[in-house]
Design a protein around this ligand. Structure first.
Ligand code: PLP
Length: 400
């Protein structure tokens, strides 16, 4: 007899955990390790947001709230969608959860039946296929290409749609590639989606504000209003507002879906943390100028990392539009031998040997469904990034 459920057997622990654990072990053993594996900004939460939370505590905003968000936060989210995306929602079309991750989990659990297909462009955020599998659905990955800067092409999208397709999960800017779709690229995809009214669109806009070089962010329901009624637009405060630990994410979409998400949440976690909700009100309604200041630093780091990685033997690194990741291909080192004598047969071998030889922790691309490649998070100090890239260059140069 098995202790765990059949659903649990369909999912795996996050593949990124193994390399993070190894990095931690090496650090604990006194090794000089630079970890480029974390998916969070290295900047602190702005003071005005922290103060709003302190005010909420002192004002005794410490009890259960409405399950899917306080009215003040829903109003701030409605205003955000109007102001930034030109999208009009009623508060009853908005749900707030414990991080964007819970909102995604709820949305998929509330809608996916056995046999339903969910299209996921690869490379993808590691949790998408596992959540779909847990819900009993079938993830359908579409591999993108390095020469397309890891962007989904309309022909590939159309070829993947079947009568069983329930959702397309769309993430721009992308974790792990950093790729973001401009209006024209997005329109080419929404033109395909308009033709298939049975397909729902789950757009993960978590990195909306983290775009560089005057890139204009767009989201599917904004580019194609005909998709408004079947799009769940998901976003959150974790990344742009440096609030990963606060755990507030949100989404807006069709009322029936929002209601179902609320029902599921009412039987699991109930409301997201009351104090964090008040902090998120301040994040969305308060000053936004720190985002541009942070982005200036992120852009400089991106440019540094892309340039240094492209000078490493066997690596090719596209320059992405956003997020704080780059996703270099390591196809040019596969088949070579590391200084340890180990042959590098996969991108996972590359990441393991790089960590062993040079103490640089990166995440192998096969964990994100597309390799041979690896992900670097440049949300770390410029000094460490420069040193890490020098070590990567040295490591690649040492392969025979
Ligand atoms: C693409 C993407 N979506 C969603 C999330 C979840 O964010 P959170 O649950 O912190 O709001 C993350 C976090 O890493 C992410 O990278």
């Amino acid at each position: 007899m098995s202790l765990v459920s059949a659903a649990m057997k369909r999912i795996n622990p996050s593949a990124t955990i193994a390399i993070s654990n190894k990095a931690r072990e090496l650090k604990a053993a006194g090794r000089d390790v630079i970890a480029l594996a974390a998916g969070e900004p290295d900047f602190d939460t702005p003071d005005n947001i922290k103060e709003a939370a302190i005010k909420a505590i002192n004002g005794n905003q410490t009890r259960y709230t409405a399950v899917d968000g306080i009215p003040e936060l829903k109003a701030a989210i409605v205003a955000k969608f109007k102001r930034e995306n030109g999208l009009t929602y009623k508060p009853s079309q908005v749900t707030v959860g414990t991080g964007g991750k819970q909102v995604l989990f709820n949305a998929l659990l509330a809608t996916v039946d056995a046999g339903d297909e969910v299209i996921i462009p690869a490379p993808y955020w590691v949790s998408y296929p596992d959540i779909v599998n847990f819900a009993g659905g079938t993830p359908v990955a579409i591999e993108t290409k390095l020469e397309d800067n890891f962007k989904l092409k309309p022909e590939a999208l159309e070829a993947a749609i079947t009568p069983k397709t329930k959702w397309l999960i769309f993430n721009s800017p992308s974790n792990p590639s950093g790729a973001a779709y401009n209006r024209e690229e997005m329109k080419a995809l929404t033109d395909v989606l308009v033709k298939y009214p049975h397909v729902l669109i789950l757009t993960d806009d978590m990195y909306e504000h983290l775009v560089y070089d005057d890139f204009e962010f767009v989201t599917p329901a904004q580019v194609e209003p005909a998709l408004y009624d079947r799009t769940l637009t998901m976003n959150g405060v974790s990344k742009a507002y440096c609030m990963t630990g606060w755990r507030i994410g949100y989404a807006a979409g069709p009322e029936e879906l929002i209601k179902a998400i609320g029902t599921l949440q009412s039987q699991s976690t109930s409301n997201p943390n009351s104090i964090a909700q008040w902090a998120a009100v301040e994040a969305l309604n308060g000053p936004q100028d720190f985002i541009a200041a942070n982005n200036k630093v992120f852009k400089e780091r991106r440019d540094l990392v892309v340039s240094m990685l492209n000078q490493a033997n066997g690596l090719t690194c596209p320059k992405p539009e956003g997020a704080f990741y780059v996703y270099p291909s390591c196809a040019g080192v596969i088949g070579k031998t590391a200084p340890s004598g180990k042959k590098i047969a996969t991108d996972e071998d590359f990441a393991t040997e790089l960590l062993d030889a040079e103490g640089v922790a990166v995440v192998h691309g096969s964990a994100f469904g597309l390799g041979p490649a690896f992900r670097i998070s440049y949300a770390t100090s410029t000094k460490d990034l420069e040193e890490a890239c020098l070590r990567i260059q040295r490591f690649c140069g040492s392969l025979r």
